[in-house]
Design a protein around this ligand. Structure first.
Ligand code: HEM
Length: 158
C-alpha cells in the first residue's frame, strides 16, 4: 500500500516537472494562455504529490539507504528536502502575482496595463527562483527514488 502511494507520488512529481518545462516553453514562444494552463497543471500535480507524500509519511513508511557513497546520497537528500520545502512558498509567490496581475489586466493580452505590469514584473522575479528550484526538486526526487529502489531497505511500514 505505502509502496504504491510512493510510486504515484514520484509519477505525479515527475509529471509536474514535465508540465513546468512545457509551461516555460510556451511563455518563451509567447503563448500566454497555454503557459497559464501548463503552470496550473504543474501546480495541481505538485499538490497531489504533496497529499500523497504526507499520506505516506502518516503511514510511517520509511526506507534506509544501504548503498555505496553514503555521503553523496545524504548531500543529495538534504539539498532535496531543503529545496522542496522552499518550493512551496516560491510557487505560491509566483502564482499569487500571476493571479493578481491577471485580475488587474482583465485578460492575458493586456499584461502591460499600468495596474497589471507591476504584478507581472514581480511574477518574473519570483519565477527566476521558482523554476530552477522546482526542476531540481523533481529531478533529485526521481534520482532518490531510483537509488532507494536499488539500495533501500524498508525499516518502517511497508
Ligand atoms: C507556479 C507557476 C508558474 C511558473 C513557475 C511560471 C513561470 C514563468 C516564467 C519562467 C516566465 C518567463 C519569465 C521571463 O521572461 O523572465 C513567466 C512569465 C509569465 N507568466 Fe508565468 N508562471 C507560472 C504561473 C503563471 C500563471 C498561473 C499565469 C497566468 C495567470 C502566468 C502568466 C504569465 C505571464 C503573462 C508571463 C509573461 C510576463 C511578462 O512577459 O511580463 N504564469 N512565467
Amino acid at each position: 500500500m505505502a509502496e504504491t502511494i510512493n510510486q504515484w507520488a514520484v509519477i505525479t512529481i515527475v509529471l509536474s516537472g514535465i508540465a513546468l518545462v512545457i509551461g516555460v516553453y510556451f511563455i518563451r514562444t509567447g503563448n500566454r494562455e497555454a503557459h497559464m494552463r501548463a503552470m496550473l497543471t504543474a501546480s495541481a500535480l505538485a499538490t497531489v504529490f504533496l497529499v500523497l507524500y504526507l499520506t505516506r509519511l502518516g503511514l510511517g513508511y520509511e526506507k534506509k539507504y544501504i548503498g555505496p557513497y553514503r555521503g553523496a546520497y545524504f548531500a543529495l537528500l538534504i539539498s532535496h528536502i531543503i529545496l522542496a520545502a522552499a518550493n512551496l512558498p516560491l510557487a505560491l509567490g509566483a502564482l499569487w502575482n500571476a493571479w493578481k496581475g491577471l485580475k488587474a489586466a482583465g485578460n492575458l493580452g493586456n499584461i502591460t496595463a499600468p495596474a497589471a505590469a507591476p504584478y507581472f514584473r514581480r511574477h518574473r522575479a519570483w519565477v527566476r527562483w521558482t523554476v530552477p528550484v522546482w526542476l531540481y526538486v523533481a529531478v533529485t526526487g526521481w534520482i532518490i527514488y531510483l537509488l532507494l529502489k536499488s539500495y533501500g531497505e524498508v525499516i518502517k511500514g511497508g
